[in-house]
Write a protein that binds this ligand. Structure first.
Ligand SMILES: Nc1ncnc2c1ncn2[C@@H]1O[C@H](COP(=O)(O)OP(=O)(O)OP(=O)(O)O)[C@@H](O)[C@H]1O
Length: 594
């Protein structure tokens, strides 16, 4: 008996970069404050203000709110508001120009060093190391002392001391990109190094440069103000925020407003730029935005709108009801699995089949709360193991079930096995995770398990490292680890995809035998109907995060209801079919074209 469900996929709205930036309240506040300061600084020539350099000795050190001087006057009777606005304009121009210069030269050094490697890399990076060996503000002071005080020289000094920051960051990213396949492909297509650097590598590095600029411009303004404060930047009568602060230092106690006002402006400017910079960084780096770079929680975040029954009477070993899982992305949740329900009995095998991205792995990982969170979130449904809703359990209780009652076998054991420990040690570790046994006993059990999964000369192979075993042997070790605590359910996520056909057949046979001998419930995830036909009693077909059809394998193979199922079945070639396979499959896909 097969059931077929067809529901149009619901689309989730993706928010624009601007909306995402505005959703970040701190970044929005930073943008508002910085935008206001910027507009006022740009409009400085048009504003009805006195000349910022016009002295008026009789009216020196007037307090704020004095007649004609909203923010008072300084020690030479100059209008503080006017000097503040003009000074902010200068500080901004110098800070932004220094950032642009540091970004330009630093990124160029990083790009060339990271791409060329070898001697070029060593020479350039030693120069950068030399710059970094000095405390940067001391180096900036030394440079200005050598070049002579003045705003332009302060700008060069600040730019120079910040070059290493960009060079190191960009070199690191370039090194990882230069070995990627698309760069190799460009090289093979005959492109020259310069063209590859600017058309293949640079576009991938650009977001990092923008992010680094947005997070450093505030500090550069602060450093410029520091040099001017020491008398090495803006020279009298020109005002910038640092020189205003430096000149008002002598009247700190008699007329504190003259130093507090530029101090507050530096604070507001740097703070707003940094908040905005952090916001821009989060928006440009999608992994930061979704939280994917945060340390994941030990259990996927569960945010169910309704609470299902905590227990289910007379339930088979695994019951999944209306499971929905999505990924949070800047406030919105993009659904990956929607309203998925299935059942699995003792000793039974259910295949979950579907194309890449249909939600098979997310379904499998959701069962034990293993979807990385953030960004993962289980937004609805229940998972009953032995009749109990495990999503309602306390975290520690759910974690205790992992490996003990439900075990996973993943696609590529080379990435899941620890490369630095012998395989038997890793199986023994899995045994000890849930049993109070000593190392020796666990090791003995590991050897037995290796024999159970068909590894010949288990005692000899015990001390092998994962890279010393073949793909098939590694997958057997993965299965041995899954069996370590006699689980009720094994979830095998494409366990044979990385293997060639003969080894695949042997691994599937092993899983079949284990299932029969131990009464294991097997949830087999695959994209290959051939595998389903060989192993599974029942099959659920997934598309766009939903189960579109499920039933017993023989019925579905004989009489598929859903077009998608028909196409998946048609994709399995028959032995000796040759060209006839293509003739048979092509019309099915022509029909499916929109
Ligand atoms: N960390 C993540 N952040 C956002 N979306 C994700 C994340 N992980 C998976 N997805 C999305 O969830 C959907 C389901 O992915 P899933 O890995 O379950 O597919 P699958 O059917 O197992 O594919 P495959 O056979 O290629 O492994 C996909 O659209 C995928 O893009």
């Amino acid at each position: 008996m097969t059931q077929s469900v067809t529901t149009p996929p619901s689309s989730s709205k993706r928010r624009s970069k601007w909306q995402l930036l505005m959703a970040n309240r701190l970044a929005a506040a930073g943008l508002f404050v910085f935008g206001f300061i910027l507009v006022v600084a740009i409009l400085a020539p048009l504003l009805p203000m006195p000349d910022p350099n016009m002295t008026d000795q009789p009216n020196r050190l007037l307090p704020p709110l004095s007649q004609g001087h909203l923010l008072g006057t300084d020690h030479l009777g100059r209008d503080i508001l006017s000097r503040l606005i003009w000074g902010t304009q200068i500080s901004l121009i110098v800070g932004v120009s220094a950032t642009a210069l540091a970004a330009l030269f630093g990124s160029l050094i990083g790009l060339v060093a990271g791409y060329a490697r070898g001697v070029t890399d060593s020479v350039l990076m030693r120069f950068v190391d030399m710059l970094m060996a000095f405390p940067y503000i001391l180096l900036a002071i030394a440079i200005v002392a050598a070049l002579g005080p003045g705003l332009l020289n302060a700008l060069y000094a600040i730019a120079l001391v910040n070059i290493p920051f960009f060079a190191r960051n960009i070199r690191g990213v370039t090194v990882s990109i230069r070995n990627r396949e698309f760069v190799d492909a460009a090289r093979l297509s005959g492109k020259g190094h310069v063209a590859i650097l600017f058309t293949e590598v640079l576009p991938n590095v650009l977001p990092v440069i923008v992010i680094t600029m947005s997070t450093t411009v505030g500090w550069m303004i602060l450093e410029t103000a520091g040099l001017s404060f020491l008398g090495l930047g803006a020279q009298p009568p020109t005002a910038d925020l640092g020189s205003m602060l430096g000149q008002a230092r002598a009247q700190l106690f008699t007329a504190p407003h003259a130093s507090i006002i530029p101090g507050l402006m530096i604070f507001a400017l740097v703070m707003s730029i940094n908040l905005l910079g952090d916001g821009i960084r989060d928006v440009l780096d999608p992994r930061l935005r979704s939280g994917a770079l945060d340390r994941p929680l030990s259990v996927t975040r569960i945010a169910r709108k309704t609470t299902p029954a905590a227990t289910l009477a007379d339930a088979p070993v695994l019951v999944v009801e209306h499971l929905s899982t999505g990924f949070a992305n800047g406030g919105a949740v993009t659904p990956a699995v929607r309203d998925v329900s299935f059942r699995l009995g003792k000793g039974e095998c259910l295949g979950i089949i579907g194309e890449s991205g249909s939600g098979k792995s997310v379904t499998a990982l959701s069962l034990m709360g293993l979807v990385a969170s953030p960004p993962g979130v289980i937004s609805g449904g229940a998972v009953y193991i032995g009749g109990q809703d495990v999503l309602a359990l306390r975290q520690q209780e759910l974690i205790a079930l992992r490996g003990a009652r439900v075990a996973y076998v993943f696609q590529d054991p080379l990435t899941t096995l620890h490369p630095l420990f012998p395989v038997a040690t890793q199986i023994a570790e899995a045994v000890m995770a849930h049993n109070h046994v000593g190392k020796r006993e666990a090791h003995q059990r590991a050897l037995e398990l290796m024999e159970t999964v068909g590894i010949r000369d288990a005692a000899e192979r015990a001390s092998a490292y994962p890279h010393e075993l073949s793909g098939g042997q590694r997958q057997r070790i993965g299965i041995a680890m899954a069996l370590a605590n006699d689980p009720d359910i094994i979830i095998a996520d494409e366990p044979t995809t990385a293997l060639d056909v003969t080894v695949q057949a042997r691994i599937l046979e092993l899983l079949q035998n284990l299932r029969r001998e131990r009464g294991l419930a097997l949830l087999l995830i695959t994209h290959d109907f051939g595998v389903v036909a060989q192993v599974c009693d029942r099959v659920a077909v997934m598309k766009n995060g939903q189960i579109v059809e499920q039933g017993d394998t023989a019925s579905i193979l004989r009489d598929p209801q859903h077009d998608y199922t028909k196409r998946l079945i048609a994709c399995v070639p028959e032995l000796g079919e040759g060209h006839a396979f293509l003739d048979r499959v092509r019309p099915l896909f022509e029909e499916a074209k929109p």
